[in-house]
Write a protein that binds this ligand. Structure first.
Ligand code: SF4
Length: 329
């Protein structure tokens, strides 16, 4: 997610006249894209900020001030408290405020004070921003399809730092995949906090009721939120992307087990370019722990889902050999 966020930020800044340099010493603005999922990730950022603080102090007045910007989940979690510990930070922007960065940088520069925007949005998906790829020669690329999460697992900070779940319109995703294909990319990973609960509410066809259905969760699973109504679901998105780029490999991450409907599994089965490997986060094999984690399933429901997956996506000979090899070693 942070790699993709960096590419979105870079697109916003480039459009506003900023240029990228490859040495921190040459920069007038340094952006630190942060993660708050574990304490270790935040510790790394504190160390980096200390280093940048020293760099700012050493900078000659002739070059003008160095602006230090903290972006992403740690910025969202700590908000102005970040400044209490590290006063050298000039701009703080949460994951939904990247389009505001040119203004925040200008305000901070003009008034010589910190500028902050950590408002979470109900609809920002950056659908209208074509990310600038950090490595334009790479044969692989990420395509963000949704942001935020509504699941509220008890141990996770994501719903608080990335906000409510919202999906990017299918048309803009398909367009981005087409552009990537035309630029020689061979593999795309559809990206989101909970990709398979994707629902595009912007493009409901008027003449069919087939796709206008409620969210389906796998049998034995439940959610903390009310059933979501309407919209184009992940199986439809996956089908459209697979048909748009039949010569590209299509992957996705991260899914939630509850959203592996049989419709999604059938699309994976039916399109050869959709990679046949699933990331199925288990989190725990203990029912009491799963309950405390508020994951919405039991060990038994999870194992029944694995059986359903196996019945729709049977193991290939190669996968069986690979598993046998792992088991032997
Ligand atoms: S589904 Fe994933 S991102 Fe959402 S709250 Fe649970 S662990 Fe966090």
């Amino acid at each position: 997610m942070n790699t993709n966020d960096t590419e979105v930020v870079w697109a916003v800044l480039q459009k506003n006249g900023y240029e990228r340099c490859h040495e921190a010493q040459q920069a007038d603005v340094i952006m630190v894209v942060t993660c708050a999922i574990r304490e270790g990730a935040e510790q790394k950022i504190w160390h980096r900020l200390k280093h940048l603080h020293a760099m700012k102090e050493r900078r000659s007045a002739r070059r003008g001030p160095l602006q230090i910007t903290v972006l992403g989940c740690m910025a969202e979690r700590l908000k102005e408290r970040l400044l209490e510990r590290e006063r050298s930070v000039d701009v703080i922007a949460g994951p939904d405020s990247y389009k505001d960065l040119p203004r925040l940088l200008a305000v901070s520069r003009h008034y010589q004070q910190s500028a902050i925007n950590v408002l979470l949005s109900l609809d920002e998906t950056y659908a209208d921003v074509m990310p600038v790829r950090l490595n334009a020669d790479s044969p692989t690329a990420f395509v963000s399809i949704m942001r935020g999460c509504d699941n509220m697992c008890s141990y996770c900070i994501v719903p608080f730092t990335r906000g409510r779940e919202r999906s990017r319109p299918i048309d803009s995703i398909v367009k981005e995949v087409q552009i990537l294909r035309d630029n020689g990319v061979k593999e795309v990973t559809l990206l989101g906090q909970n990709v398979n609960s994707y629902r595009d509410l912007s493009n409901i066809p008027s003449n069919t009721t087939e796709q206008i259905t409620n969210s389906k969760v796998a049998p034995g699973f439940h959610t903390v939120y009310k059933t979501k109504v309407g919209g184009m679901r992940f199986d439809e998105l996956l089908r459209q992307v697979a048909e748009t780029a039949p010569d590209m490999r299509i992957r996705f991450t991260s899914p939630h087990p509850k959203d592996f409907s049989e419709d999604v599994l059938r699309v994976i089965r039916d399109y050869p370019n959709v990679c046949k490997n699933l990331h199925l986060p288990a989190q725990s094999g203990n029912d009491a722990v799963l309950e405390r984690m508020r994951r919405g399933y039991s060990r038994d429901a999870y194992l029944r889902l694995v059986d359903t997956i196996r019945s729709i996506l049977p193991m290939s000979v190669y996968q069986a050999i690979f598993l046998w090899f792992l088991w032997r070693n």
